[in-house]
Design a binder for this molecule. Structure first.
Ligand SMILES: [Zn+2]
Length: 207
């Protein structure tokens, strides 16, 4: 799942400026921003983009908790970080295995959930805009449960159970959808879907 761009931007201006060094700091900030944009492009180039067929496939249950899984999860953590995302599913790398990574909040370390099972609190739902690392700049309104219990395993095969709300609850629903081949354009209203599919159509190059 893609991060809010405005939100990202705000944080870069949180720290205090020392006036004497303001010019240098701004040059450094510009340099770092360029670096981050470059890292993001590099990461996105490794993430399957709509209409890649892998995004429409159902991933299989994971039964082997081996070195391959550990390395896959490490790579997913790195790509999610570099792409400035808050969640990433294995299907987005073309790996049809039921595992996703997500960032629960700004303070906590990212987590990996293997073979996720969700229990949604159906009483409280909220429509909010979502983006996706596989859908370029598209953002569409999606209704999700605001509270969810996610159960599954960690990459070592140990049981995990998390009670989540807010953004984290939204992210795990988004990522579990990926493992079933479901995208946010399937979950939005007809008008938003039509507009999104228009935006995702390959642009004819001007020659
Ligand atoms: Zn996504």
């Amino acid at each position: 799942m893609a991060h809010e761009h405005d939100h990202e931007h705000d944080h870069e201006h949180d720290h205090d400026h020392d006036h004497d060094h303001e010019v240098d700091e701004e040059a450094v900030a510009r340099h770092l921003e360029g670096e981050r944009a470059y890292m993001r492009r590099q990461a996105l180039a490794q993430i399957r983009q709509y209409p890649d067929v892998a995004l429409r496939m159902r991933a299989r249950e994971i039964t082997e908790f081996d070195e391959f899984l550990v390395q896959l999860v490490e790579r997913m953590f790195e790509l999610m970080h570099d792409a400035q995302g808050v969640g990433l599913a294995a299907t987005q790398l073309g790996v049809l295995q039921r595992v996703f990574v997500f960032a629960p909040d700004e303070e906590s370390a990212p987590r990996a959930i293997v073979n996720p099972r969700l229990t949604l609190d159906e009483r409280d739902k909220l429509v909010e805009e979502e983006g996706c690392l596989s859908l370029r700049e598209v953002r569409v309104p999606v209704e999700r449960a605001t509270r969810v219990v996610v159960e599954g395993q960690d990459p070592n095969g140990d049981d995990v159970r998390l009670e989540l709300d807010g953004l984290a609850a939204r992210v795990v629903q988004h990522e579990t959808d990926h493992l079933d081949g479901v995208l946010i354009i399937d979950r939005t209203d007809a008008e938003s879907r039509k507009q999104a599919i228009g935006e995702l159509r390959p642009q004819p190059s001007l020659v």
